[in-house]
Design a protein around this ligand. Sequence first.
Ligand SMILES: Nc1ncnc2c1ncn2[C@@H]1O[C@H](COP(=O)(O)OP(=O)(O)O)[C@@H](O)[C@H]1O
Ligand SMILES: [Mg+2]
Length: 248
Amino acid sequence: MIRVANLHKSFRGQKVLKGVNIEFARGKITTIVGTSGCGKTVLLKHLNALLLPDKGEIFIDSVDISKLRQKELYQIRAKFGVLFQGAALLDSMSVFENVGFPLREKTKMKESNIKKKVADRLEQVGLGEMGHKLPAELSGGMRKRAGLARALIMDPEIVLFDEPTTGLDPVLATSIHQLIARTQEAFGFTGIIVSHTIPQVFEISDYVAMLANGVVEELTPPEVFCSSQNPIVQQFIHGKTEGPIQVL
Ligand SMILES: Nc1ncnc2c1ncn2[C@@H]1O[C@H](COP(=O)(O)OP(=O)(O)O)[C@@H](O)[C@H]1O
Ligand SMILES: [Mg+2]
């Protein structure tokens, strides 16, 4: 479904990605872990072509998206839902309007159908009664839920989650994880999560990928990850400052 081959990316001479190779399995959840600043967000942004590679390829359903024109890129991006850190809701719009926004902007759907679909999605994330509120009137957890409802509104095949639980307490983090797992089961999307909430996030992950020193060092099911003898994985899990990971 998604295959990254030999991806290189530098910023002003700083090499961030140095030959990333990874495949994301269709209909599964893969969690990317790694130290802060190691390039996880940069990797995610290549998947929906917000960034373009210096070298290497990104295949989505066997199409190399790094070679596409602008119009074709829009079609590729339409396959994606994204939930980035701040949930990025528009302050001046109600939750209902926020969630319906992509439908109004990008489709010719009738208003009555938009209303129905938004109500459905809000129900699915447990915000059935909250549509009339402004984002500022919601708790942090509710804002994440609203962000998720909006990420799912276009029925995406792939959903990117960049640190969906950072800044939430452990109970709230678990409830967001459960919500991701539940919606993934309901909609069947391919989920890619960047997270520091370990080991909790492993419970909903089919695979864990470790990004370090500009490459994917390990891609395994979570059980195997935790007992991996790879010194890089060991250093990361135990939070050691000494070891093979070059901290940027
Ligand atoms: N648009 C950009 N311009 C310049 N440097 C960037 C840009 N995006 C990311 N970087 C740099 O790339 C490195 C990796 O960033 P990032 O992927 O955000 O890390 P993280 O793994 O914490 O998500 C950082 O050193 C960051 O400063
Ligand atoms: Mg990041």
